[in-house]
Write a protein that binds this ligand. Sequence first.
Ligand code: MEV
Length: 313
Amino acid sequence: MYSATAPAKVILFGEHAVVYGRPALAAPVAHLRARAIIEETGEADVKLIAPDLNRSADLSSANINNPLVATIRAVERSVGCALSEGYSLSVTSDIPIASGLGSGAAISVAIIRAFAQYLGRVDTMTNEVISQLAYEVEKLHHGTPSGIDNTVIAYERPVYFVRRQPANVIEPFTIARPLRLAIGDTGVRSATKDVVGDVRRRWEAAPDRFEAIFDACGRIASEGRAALAAGDMTAIGELMNENQSWLERMTVSSPPLERLIHAAREAGALGAKLSGAGRGGNMIALVTPELEEAVVAALMAAGAVRVFISDVG
Ligand code: MEV
């Protein structure tokens, strides 16, 4: 049996603007994870199993758009051999889907890591290779992803990320004092591909306005990195609030997100913003152990379907 896991992620600063070459910061959420298990079966096909979804399929007849199939095909292309028989692949995940926490990229990374073991290639399938393979799958599902999700999930470290040609800037960094985040789920599912596509249309219609918004988000991400390195919680919270106001101008916020964000701030959170593509999904609030209970209660009262508390960094 070959088993591997990968974490969820939050975007601390710079979502969307990162697609347009501005810096962004993301961090793994270690206690929410996707898991992949490969077991040898000796059978002529491959059994794909998603117990959480009560679903199973044979690889030979599965839809090519199935993310498990897409990930297997990416691994096949990378290692140059067919992976079409003799094992089962089972995937489970704690990470809510379509909610800004990187569930798709975490599933891909967990599968690729399990294959690295199965194929005896743990040494050559570095974080960089794993991230690149997961990016190929992300492109199928997300259109024009920046690559930040697969990067932070494959490296499992906080990262400063800038999308660049020919190579992205990827700088894993240390957060001086771990951030205690309340992660509140609106319960509204939102497909990253749709939101990213809509922002693109708006940018095309009003490029100057959107470039200025992206510049502001990029500046906030750079200042955020300095504040994280200094462990300056007050500054981090203020920058989160500022980032949220630019995300609202970008039109990717939503009334359910804003209800949670305002409730968290009123309960004393040091800062709060949406995280990920927006229009639904999760928001993050910076809390302290003393504030945590009040913020969680306020989020639940404001309509959160669940709240995770996570130490990030
Ligand atoms: C999604 O986690 C972050 C976005 O910036 C999209 C991307 O970077 O690919 C919205």
